[in-house]
Each structure stands twice: as structure tokens, then as C-alpha cells.
Ligand binder design. Structure first.
Ligand SMILES: CCCCCCCCCCCCC[C@H](O)CC(=O)SCCNC(=O)CCNC(=O)[C@H](O)C(C)(C)COP(=O)(O)OP(=O)(O)OC[C@H]1O[C@@H](n2cnc3c(N)ncnc32)[C@H](O)[C@@H]1OP(=O)(O)O
Ligand code: NAD
Length: 287
């Protein structure tokens, strides 16, 4: 794992009520930057690790915009990034083999006490944890986008997660200001098991020409009270991530038509139209 940067922030005005004080967030994209921000805002010492220097810079400035002040330094040492960590939260790309490579190297570099968590949207926490020797200190921490605004945190236990680890994750979730719910390691946990079929059906409706993207979005906002329509929300999440979710579930559950791949989504990714983050998805955005 190449490490380009480290970003630390601690606010003395807030106190934490749990044992987790030093947190390493790996991946500084949409989700990792938000997770690092809420952890820093609630008095944790945060190290943000990112392989892409431009994205790290972007994460720093988006956090700086929100928080006003960020101290930072540069270095390139994996072991240093995690050596004092009580908790590592992984928020890198939604690909099992890439997460495996990362967790294998983290398992060697991190102290025994360190708890590992993944922010995966759709992969099995047990499968991610399988490459480590610390399944008792492993769990899912599924945050929602945008992290500073969304109040929910899904805390996922695998059968091996110890009671102590589970309690530490729940306490930390509360300490970063989230309402925690617990669920088993089932596909999509609670929210995405319901949200993915809903968004997929909306995309299929648009692909069939039953209604335009704009009309589907207006319908769900004004008719069902959602803050964003389903097509807007897919653009907001990012189509590299949504396609990884659909491909993973389609492969795992080929008989379930709810998880069939939406062709328009695949085409967008091929064209580099990843949604809000790239300036275009189903809609166009001002960058
Ligand atoms: C098998 C086939 C499948 C095919 C399809 C598969 C699709 C899969 C899709 C599932 C993906 C799951 C991904 C993930 O695992 C789970 C998720 O995270 S799902 C996403 C959940 N999020 C939402 O649902 C967001 C819904 N939207 C909103 O809540 C709002 O629109 C908004 C984003 C908060 C923005 O609100 P608006 O009112 O529109 O805009 P404002 O600009 O006025 O903002 C209001 C308020 O919020 C503050 N704010 C907005 N963004 C941020 C930010 N990034 N950081 C900090 N604060 C933010 C803003 O400042 C305003 O604050 P105020 O001024 O009111 O104090
Ligand atoms: N986008 C969402 O709405 C959303 C919501 C909840 C959960 N998630 C999950 O969070 C994770 C990240 O999603 P995202 O939307 O933030 O993706 P993103 O593409 O915005 O960010 C991922 C970042 O990880 C970096 N990265 C990749 N490999 C790395 C490594 N080995 N070490 C350090 N950094 C590395 C990339 O450079 C990139 O900046 C995924 O598992 C996704 O399923 C996404």
C-alpha cells in the first residue's frame, strides 16, 4: 500500500466517551473524507490514508472548508499510518480483491489491539475479514452519503465479532454523532437491501421509456417525500460504486431478476460518466 499523506485533526472542545481515540481512515474519496471529518469533529485523532495525491488534496480542502483548520504532514510508511490506531475504517473501492490486499497488509502492520472495520456497501464483511487473523476484532461500519449529514450508522457483526468489539463499535458510532442500528452480515445489510432494488427498478423504468429520469425523480420527491429521486441518488453515490454493487450481487444471485445489471449504468461507466463526482452521469453537473 502506497501512502501519500496523513491528516490529523483533534478538537479539544469535545470529549469522547469510549476507548477508541486514535482512528485511521483508509480511502479519502467521497466516503472516507466524510468519515474522517465526523471523527475529527468529535475529538478523535484522525489519520487519513489515500493512494491518490490529488484526491488527498481534495479531501483535505473539503474537510478544511467544513472545519476551518487542518494540520497535515506528508510521509510514506504503512506501519506508521496505523501504529497507534485503536480503529481502522476502510473506505476504498468496492472490489473484494483490492480490499483483501489492503486488509492482509494492515493485519501485519497494525497492533493486536486495533479493531478493523469496513464501510462496504454490498460485500460480505465475513468475506472481507477472512484474510485477517483478527475476525474477533472485525466488523462493518456502514456510513451514509453525505456522512456529515446522514444520521444513520449500520454496525454489522459477523459471528466471530467479539462482544467487546461490537460494544466498542457501537460506542464509537454514538461518539461520532450517529444513531446506530445493528444487523447481521446479510447482503446490503438493512438500507441497501431495500434501496438497491428500488433504484434498479427506477433505472429500468427509465430504460424502458415509461417515464423520463427527471419525471421519475420528481415523482419520488413529491409523491413519496424522498429528499432526492432515485436516479439523482444513483448519480450522487457514483456509478463506479453502483456498478460494482450490481455486478457483485448479480454474480452471487444470478437467479434474482432484481439484481440484473442495468445496461445504461454499464455504458455510463465505460464512458467515464461516474455521476456527480465526474461532472456527468444520468444528469450533467457543474464541476
Ligand atoms: C442490481 C442493479 C442495481 C442497479 C442500481 C444500483 C444502485 C445502488 C445504489 C445504492 C448505493 C448505496 C450506497 C451506500 O452504501 C449507502 C448510501 O449512502 S445511500 C445514500 C444515502 N443518502 C441519501 O439518500 C441522500 C439523500 N439526499 C439528501 O438527504 C439531501 O438531498 C442532501 C444530500 C443532504 C442535500 O440536501 P439539499 O437540501 O438538497 O441541499 P443543500 O445544499 O441545501 O443541503 C442541505 C443541508 O445539508 C448540508 N450538506 C449537504 N451536503 C453536505 C456535505 N457533503 N457535507 C456537509 N454538509 C452538507 C448543507 O450545508 C445544508 O446545511 P444547512 O445549510 O441546512 O445547515
Ligand atoms: N458512495 C457512496 O454513497 C457510499 C456510501 C456508503 C458506503 N460506500 C462504500 O464506501 C467505499 C468507498 O466508496 P466511495 O464512494 O468513497 O469511493 P471513492 O471512489 O470516492 O473513494 C475511494 C478512494 O479509495 C482510494 N483507494 C483505493 N485503494 C486504496 C488503498 N489501497 N489505500 C488507500 N486509498 C485507496 C481511491 O484512490 C479513492 O480515492 C466503498 O466500499 C463503497 O461501497 C459508498
Amino acid at each position: 500500500m502506497a501512502t501519500f499523506g496523513i491528516l490529523r485533526r483533534s478538537l479539544s472542545t469535545t470529549t469522547t466517551r469510549n476507548a477508541i481515540k486514535n482512528v485511521t481512515v483508509i480511502g479519502g474519496g467521497l466516503m472516507g473524507s466524510g468519515i474522517a471529518q465526523v471523527a475529527a469533529q468529535t475529538g478523535h485523532n484522525v489519520t487519513l490514508v489515500e493512494v491518490n495525491a490529488d484526491i488527498l488534496k481534495k479531501a483535505e480542502s473539503s474537510i478544511a472548508n467544513s472545519l476551518g483548520r487542518v494540520a497535515k504532514k506528508l510521509y510514506k510508511d504503512d506501519a506508521k499510518a496505523v501504529k497507534d490506531s485503536d480503529l481502522i475504517v476502510e473506505a476504498i473501492v468496492e472490489k473484494l480483491e483490492i480490499k483483501h490486499k489492503l486488509f492482509k497488509s494492515l493485519d501485519e502492520a497494525a497492533p493486536t489491539k486495533t479493531i478493523f472495520a469496513s464501510n462496504t456497501s454490498s460485500l460480505s464483511i465475513g468475506e472481507i475479514a477472512s484474510v485477517t487473523n483478527r475476525k474477533d476484532r472485525f466488523g462493518g461500519l456502514h456510513f451514509f452519503n453525505p456522512v456529515p449529514v446522514m444520521k444513520l450508522l449500520e454496525v454489522v457483526r459477523i459471528p466471530e465479532t467479539s462482544e467487546e468489539t461490537y460494544q466498542a463499535l457501537m460506542a464509537w458510532g454514538k461518539a461520532v454523532g450517529k444513531t446506530c442500528i445493528t444487523c447481521k452480515d446479510t447482503p446490503g445489510f438493512v438500507v441497501n437491501r431495500l434501496l438497491v432494488p428500488y433504484i434498479a427498478e427506477a433505472i429500468r423504468m427509465m430504460e424502458r421509456g415509461d417515464a423520463s429520469a427527471r419525471d421519475i425523480d420528481i415523482a419520488m420527491k413529491l409523491g413519496a417525500g424522498y429528499p432526492m429521486g432515485p436516479i439523482e441518488l444513483a448519480d450522487y453515490v457514483g456509478h463506479d460504486t453502483t456498478l460494482s454493487i450490481s455486478e457483485g450481487w448479480h454474480k452471487k444471485f444470478p437467479e434474482n431478476p432484481l439484481f440484473n445489471i442495468c445496461e445504461s449504468q454499464r455504458k455510463l461507466v465505460q464512458q467515464g460518466k461516474l455521476g456527480v463526482k465526474s461532472g456527468e452521469g444520468y444528469y450533467k453537473y457543474n464541476k
